[in-house]
Ligand binder design. Sequence first.
Ligand SMILES: [Mg+2]
Length: 272
Amino acid sequence: MLACNLAFAGCSRFSDSMGTNEGSDGAMFDCLLFDMDDTLYPLSLGINLACRLNIQEYMLNELQIEESVVPKMCLDLYREHGTTMAGLKVLGYKFDDDDFHAYVHGRLPYHKLKPDPVLRNLLLSMPQRKIIFTNADRAHVGKVLLKLGLEDCFEGVICFETLNPYNDGSRVLCKPSVEAMKAAIKIANVDAHRILFFDDSARNIASGKEAGMSTVLVGSSRKTEGADFALTSIHNMKEGIPEIWGRMRSEDQSDEHMVHLHQPSAVETVQA
Ligand SMILES: [Mg+2]
């Protein structure tokens, strides 16, 4: 099931009764796009930090970049080009994409990821199409979803290989570029205004909004630019966004949500 889900290069519409809820229960969305890392599990697990350290080690050991400049360069390239990997390509470094991904993801502490039956039940109860949208490679997605016990919860995956099928080695298409957002929307084959996009990155949320999607900032109690919703945890979807299930927001939920929106925002994260 997992292999089948992850194997496709693009997404097609569901053919079963879960395919669309237009006119069925009045829900506002046809498709839910989920970032994976630090969105479907918490940043506090330390996967992100471990990934960043592996990237820095790759820069040092495989690309022979001076040790003293590696940490700042890693962060600067991430900020300017979307991912450090994309920035390294722009600078002219030559390396194999699969080798890079195997290096930075191969030694991640995957054992910290545990099955999440609460999230699984939430996802399975959502009537919309559900798709992963990540900058990571397919192998990493497969491992994470398997560890979380969510391998059969998504129609498909839009990942590094999907966005860069004919990569010539010099340019990487990735979030947060609006071009990547539009590519994902095209692959999902849904009107952008009928998509709800979940991500823990404020800059991804801003560009997702610019591309026309409704947006949910995850891991934060405060909405940033372009965020329609903010959830401290993905587990709060039902209380925070009852619209997914075609329900109207109650007065209590509105008040609770507003309280959440005035608390500290998410920290910046770096992923491959
Ligand atoms: Mg993320």
